[in-house]
Design a protein around this ligand. Structure first.
Ligand SMILES: Nc1ncnc2c1ncn2[C@@H]1O[C@H](COP(=O)(O)OP(=O)(O)OP(=O)(O)O)[C@@H](O)[C@H]1O
Ligand SMILES: [Mg+2]
Length: 249
């Protein structure tokens, strides 16, 4: 569905944030793990066409975004919840969703659009808060509204950057369930540095470390790589430590 080949990104200060990433995305939930500063947000920003890579190629449903007039069409197929998402606080949750839909030029009648916004607010459990200014929402509610805005235009791919940071345990579980539900309908790429966020839900995971994709496979394959570890978290930590030691040698 989506293919990234040889993606590199060197920021203008000379920092090489990505150092050659190949990634193919299909259906289901793909979890992207990596420590702080590994390059996850940079990779996601390139994936959603917000940032240009220094080099490398991208293909979306067979289409090259470098082709004239193709970017808007590709963007319509992607929903994005950024790491530091903030809705427009003076708008209610409902008004904010309508605003996002208009910005993305959804071809729905007003009635259909309002119905879709209500349906998504129900799905993310914000029905009771739909008519309150989103600026009054808690961190968890804000993040759930973020999922609804990312889905309002019915994209084929949902990209979510560190959605559970700063959430309490209940809200975190709620959020995970919500993402697992979404993944039944659309492909989801979820970046996080918390194994728990993905271990029960994702079919496939990648590990980004110092700008490289150092693992791409199933959670059980990662655990199998570390015979002394029984949990995904242990296997993930062992994998990072092993790579770090190899790089230092
Ligand atoms: N706009 C920018 N200009 C310069 N350097 C940047 C920029 N954005 C990110 N970086 C650097 O690129 C590297 C990768 O950052 P990135 O935000 O992609 O990491 P991350 O894996 O998302 O980290 P975190 O888990 O903390 O969100 C970091 O060293 C960061 O400081
Ligand atoms: Mg990040």
């Amino acid at each position: 569905m989506i293919e990234l080949r040889g993606i590199t990104k060197t920021w203008s200060d000379g920092h090489p944030a990505l150092r050659g990433i190949d990634l193919t995305l299909g259906e289901g939930l793909f979890g992207l793990l990596g420590p702080n500063g590994a390059g996850k947000t940079t990779l996601l920003s390139i994936l959603v066409l917000a940032v240009e890579p220094t080099s490398g190629e991208r293909r979306y449903f067979g289409v090259d975004p470098a082709r004239r007039g193709m970017r808007s069409a590709i963007r319509r197929e992607i929903g994005f919840l950024p790491q530091d998402f903030h809705p427009i606080g003076v708008l209610t949750g409902f008004e904010y969703l309508i605003h996002c839909a208009r910005m993305r030029e959804i071809r729905l009648t007003r009635h259909e659009l309002e119905r879709r916004a209500r349906m998504l607010l129900d799905a993310v459990d914000l029905q009771d808060a739909a008519n309150r200014p989103s600026g009054s929402y808690s961190g968890g509610m804000r993040r759930r509204l973020g999922i609804a805005q990312a889905l309002i235009h019915a994209p084929k791919l949902l990209v979510i950057d560190e959605p559970t940071a700063g959430l309490d345990p209940d809200e975190r579980i709620r959020f995970r369930n919500l993402i697992a539900e979404a993944a039944e309908e659309v492909a989801v790429l979820l970046s996080t540095h918390i194994c728990e966020d993905i271990e029960t839900t994702c079919d496939r995971l990648g590990i980004v470390q110092q700008g490289k994709l150092v693992f791409d496979g199933t959670p059980s394959a990662l655990i199998a790589e570390a015979p002394d570890e029984e949990t995904l978290e242990g296997a993930y930590a062992a994998h990072l430590a092993q790579r770090k030691a190899a790089a230092a040698a």
